[in-house]
Design a protein around this ligand. Structure first.
Ligand SMILES: Nc1ncnc2c1ncn2[C@@H]1O[C@H](COP(=O)(O)OP(=O)(O)OP(=O)(O)O)[C@@H](O)[C@H]1O
Length: 234
């Protein structure tokens, strides 16, 4: 299967400008690759830099050293040197990101939040909304909530709206940051099925999953981030 995502020698330091410019090294020389149809999980202790790696791939954090190579159709884009415009284009077409928390958008209904990635990719609105409703139903979000903005939803309901939004479009690369953290067993099982379907369709998934049972069921490989701890390289 072709490689969709590849990190070569990726290092990250945080510079704490409010602390006199103190430098906090996080990860050093990260090497990893994820192929189409594969789900790779980042493992390792809290604070080792798992979320930071996902945020660098998504372009939220700058990667100072190394390459983050994304296969985008028939070209390869290096996120580490990509312009903001290129990163926005990747987010629209190529990389999906399911974070732990929903970024609540005031006055926008759950249904529209979930449909948005499809509409941005050119799907006709009625079709996008109907697929959004199917996804919300699949994730057991009660129908009476679909027309409401999720700001007042429970933590688990907000997370399921977030998952629906992340999984609805066919992104070739999907980043998962603890997608099952506040879910019950039934909804965790739905997420396991969604991940299996993505793998079968040829997507490359990279995630953080603390739930051992979910990890067992979907991970093809676990990468121990301890190998890339910055303090080792120092
Ligand atoms: N924006 C930031 N500014 C400064 N330091 C940060 C920032 N983001 C993360 N860090 C630091 O980088 C280190 C790695 O954080 P990160 O969230 O990537 O770890 P993690 O392995 O995902 O942890 P957890 O499993 O607890 O979520 C931590 O020491 C954290 O304090």
């Amino acid at each position: 299967m072709p490689t969709r995502l590849c990190l070569n020698g990726v290092s990250k330091n945080f510079v704490m400008h409010l602390q006199g410019g103190a430098v906090l090294p996080v990860v050093a020389e990260v090497e990893l690759a994820v192929a189409a149809g594969e789900c790779v999980v980042l493992g390792g202790r809290s604070g080792i830099g798992k979320s930071s790696v996902l945020k660098m791939i998504y372009g939220n954090y700058r990667c100072e050293e190394g390459q983050i190579l994304i296969t985008d159709g028939d070209r390869i884009v290096n996120v580490a040197t990509a312009s903001p415009r290129e990163i926005l284009a990747l987010r629209k077409e190529t990389i999906g990101y399911v974070s732990q928390f929903l970024r609540a958008i005031p006055r926008v209904s759950a249904r529209d939040i979930v449909a948005e990635p499809l509409i941005e990719r050119g799907v006709e609105r009625d079709d996008a909304v109907s697929r959004a409703e199917d996804m919300l139903a699949r994730l057991n979000v009660p129908e009476k909530l679909w027309g409401l903005p999720p700001a007042t939803f429970s933590g688990g309901e907000q997370q399921r709206v977030n998952i629906a939004r992340g999984f609805i479009a066919d992104f070739p690369i999907l980043l998962l940051d603890e997608p099952t953290a506040s879910l019950d067993a039934a909804n965790r099982a739905v997420v396991v099925d969604l991940v299996k379907e993505k793998k079968a369709s040829g997507a490359a998934l990279l995630g953080i999953l603390h739930d051992a049972d979910v990890r067992e069921r979907i991970a093809d490989r676990v990468i121990d981030m301890e190998a890339f701890a910055a303090e080792k390289a120092a």
